[in-house]
Design a protein around this ligand. Structure first.
Ligand SMILES: *Cc1c(COP(=O)(O)O)cnc(C)c1O
Length: 390
């Protein structure tokens, strides 16, 4: 036993801070009562700065995938020409949702491990007559790559100014700065169990005026995920259906913690990401994403030739460290370290320490201490840089 609680280093669900756990255990309230109304309004308002929006933030009771579905069905009609820019498993899922509901989806496939290139996206968008929407992934959780959404949005606008920009920002929103309104995005979604330090069960969708206008004529079927119904209820501080009240308690408390930490939230995620990358590299693991496109919330590393991943991971797990495997075509080829939400630099140092110990026990040529030292150096270098005003 090396820990009394697992070091849950997967990219969601993320570990809950003690006060968030306690919030989830609170007694129920009337979801048509004043206490709930105040909480819903507080959470909606509290979310806006993280989206970088002045527009409505809608709270949905569903998994993140439900919010992707909401994004599609509320603004599109069957047959609408849609461009999907996918760089991994979650981008593919977004495209699939649009296809299932009858959109005419053209796929721009980005190599897994790379970010979308603005000029490629511009060319792909220009080639689709009457382009209605573009599906973008902010942070591809299956590869640990973050797109420069602002640049992609600007490139699309040049050739398709009327196309709606729908963004899956599920796994990094809250952990990194984001500017929905400045970038001209129309619909952006996230989920409670990623950077928000809450349990799974709710998703948040920020909806801009062009998306609301599109919803007036969109003909894809919808009922439970109808955003207009949610907006109408939200005016009264309510949700149209019974929400996941306990999860909302947790989001409320998670937001309170984030607000108290201020910009420290972003700095902490940057430090943790740099530590993970330095530590894994020191162990000889090749990282999937290059530094310039690396995610600050999840890191993917290749399983080296000759390393028995199953036995490696079993030893890691026995020491209380929980990692994520690869998804889709990367299954068995990579592993992923989640560093989002309530993650601390201590959690990351401990994780790197475990990986180092197991790597040595499994026969990798590693000097004891190199990975922990590399992570610690990355921490100090990042903190030093952050302390210098830009
Ligand atoms: C987690 C995740 C999803 C899916 O969320 P669920 O809650 O599992 O449905 C979608 N997109 C991205 C980028 C994610 O990280």
């Amino acid at each position: 036993m090396s820990r009394f609680e697992p070091n849950l280093r997967i990219p969601g669900p993320t570990a809950l801070p003690p006060s968030v756990r306690e919030a989830g255990g609170r007694q129920m309230v009337n979801h048509r009562g004043d206490e709930f109304r105040a909480m819903l309004r507080r959470v909606e308002a509290g979310m806006k700065p993280y989206f970088g929006t002045e527009h409505e933030v809608i709270l949905l009771t569903c998994a993140g995938t439900g919010a992707l579905e909401a994004a599609v069905v509320n603004v599109l009609s069957p047959g609408d020409p849609v461009l999907s820019v996918s760089m991994g498993a979650f981008g593919d899922r977004f495209a699939k949702v649009a296809e299932v509901y009858g959109a005419a989806v053209t796929r721009l496939e980005v190599e897994w491990g790379e970010a979308a290139v603005a000029s490629d996206v511009r060319v792909a968008a220009a080639a689709i007559p009457g382009l209605r929407a573009v599906l973008l992934t902010h942070n591809e959780t299956s590869t640990g790559v973050t797109n420069r959404i602002g640049e992609l949005a600007a490139a699309i606008r040049e050739v398709a100014p009327d196309a709606l920009l729908l963004v899956d920002a599920i796994s990094a929103l809250g952990a990194v700065p984001f500017a929905m309104d400045e970038w001209g995005l129309d619909l952006v979604v996230t989920g409670s169990q990623k950077a928000w330090m809450a349990a799974p069960g709710m998703a948040m969708a920020a909806v801009g005026p062009r998306a609301w206008a599109a919803a007036e004529s969109a003909r894809m079927p919808r009922f439970y995920l109808d955003l207009k119904r949610h907006r109408d209820s939200a005016v009264n501080g309510e949700t149209p259906w019974t929400p996941a009240v306990a999860v909302l308690y947790q989001i409320d408390e998670g937001l309170r913690l984030m607000q108290a930490e201020g910009d420290g939230v972003f700095a902490r995620h940057e430090a943790c990401a740099n530590m993970v990358r330095a530590g894994l590299r020191a162990l000889g693991f090749a990282l999937l994403a290059g530094d310039s496109v690396a995610s600050r919330t999840v890191t993917a590393a290749r399983v080296p030739e000759g390393l028995d991943w199953k036995s490696f991971n079993a030893e890691v797990k026995a020491r209380g460290l929980v990692l994520a495997g690869g998804q889709g075509k990367l299954k068995g080829k990579i592993f992923r370290v989640g560093h989002l939400g309530s993650v601390t630099t201590d959690d990351v140092l401990a994780a790197i320490g475990v990986l180092e110990e197991v790597a040595i026990l499994q026969g990798l040529e590693v000097q004891p201490g190199v990975a922990v030292t590399a992570a610690q150096r990355a921490l100090v270098a990042t903190r030093t840089r952050q302390a210098v005003p830009a």
